[in-house]
Ligand binder design. Structure first.
Ligand SMILES: [Fe+2]
Length: 235
C-alpha cells in the first residue's frame, strides 16, 4: 500500500511536536480524543478517508518495533478476503477500514508493555487486553459507523467466549467480526516476533485448524481464507 505523500508530510510535521506524543499518553488520551479525532462530518471521499485511516494505522504500527507492518498487512489480507467473498465496493472499503483501525486502541497501552520481548506479567497482560476496548471507543468517536467499530473491536473475541475484552459468544459475533479475528491471528502468526521467527502459511493454518477444532474460530471463514490466499499467490 502506498502512503499519500501529503499525509506522510503532515504526520511527520505533527509528530515533531512534543504535544503530539503527550496527547497519546494513556493519561491524556481521553482529552486528546475529544480534540484530535472529531467526528468526520465533512464531505470527504472514500479515497481520502482510506488515506487518513492508513496514516492512523501506521501511527499504531510504528509505536512498537515488533509490529511495524501488522495493520497494513492485515488490511491487505482483508482486501484479498473481500475479493474472494465478492463484497460490494462499500463493504470491501468498510472491512478494510476495520482492519486498518483494529489495533488503534494500542495508543492507550504503554510502550513498555507493547515492546516487552519476554512474557508479560499478569498485570501487563491485563493492560494489553484493554486495547480493543479503546479501539471501539476511538472508532466510535470518529463517527464512521457502529459496524466498523464492532468488527475492529471484536478481533480478539473467540466463538467459545474465551476472548477479550467483551467475552462475546458465537451468537454475538457476525461474519465480519469472525473473519477479522481469524485474519488477525493469521497475520500475527506469519510475522516475526522477538521470541520466534515468522511461521509459514502452511504452519499458520495448522495452528489455526487446531483453534477451529477447539471451537474458538469459525471453520467456514478459515476455508474462505485458504481460498483467498491461494488465489493471491497464484496472481
Ligand atoms: Fe489486537
Amino acid at each position: 500500500m502506498d502512503f499519500n505523500p501529503r499525509l506522510v508530510e503532515l504526520f511527520l510535521s505533527l509528530s515533531r511536536r512534543e504535544s503530539f506524543w503527550l496527547d497519546i499518553e494513556p493519561n491524556n488520551i481521553d482529552y486528546a480524543l475529544e480534540t484530535c479525532f472529531p467526528k468526520i462530518d465533512t464531505p470527504l471521499g472514500r479515497d481520502d478517508l482510506q488515506h487518513i485511516f492508513l496514516v492512523f494505522s501506521h501511527l499504531v504500527d510504528v509505536k512498537s518495533r515488533f509490529t511495524r507492518k501488522h495493520s497494513i498487512g492485515l488490511a491487505e489480507k482483508a482486501k484479498q478476503y473481500s475479493l474472494t467473498c465478492n463484497f460490494s465496493q462499500e463493504h470491501q472499503d468498510d472491512f478494510i477500514t476495520a482492519a486498518l483501525l483494529h489495533d488503534i486502541g494500542k495508543i492507550a497501552v504503554p510502550i513498555e508493555v507493547l515492546d516487552r520481548p519476554s512474557r508479560l506479567t499478569p498485570a501487563e497482560f491485563q493492560r494489553m487486553t484493554t486495547h480493543p476496548y479503546y479501539t471501539r471507543k476511538i472508532v466510535s468517536m470518529m463517527g464512521i459507523g457502529d459496524k466498523i467499530a464492532a468488527w475492529a473491536a471484536n478481533h480478539h473475541e473467540k466463538l467459545d467466549g474465551s476472548g477479550y475484552p467483551y467475552g462475546l459468544g458465537a451468537e454475538e459475533m457476525d461474519f465480519k467480526s469472525r473473519a477479522l479475528g481469524f485474519l488477525d491471528i493469521f497475520q500475527a502468526l506469519t510475522e516475526s516476533r522477538p521470541y520466534r521467527n515468522a511461521f509459514s502459511q502452511e504452519k499458520a493454518f495448522t495452528i489455526i485448524d487446531s483453534m477451529v477444532e477447539a471451537g474458538k474460530i469459525d471453520g467456514g471463514g478459515v476455508k474462505i481464507g485458504r481460498e483467498s490466499f491461494a488465489r493471491s499467490t497464484q496472481a
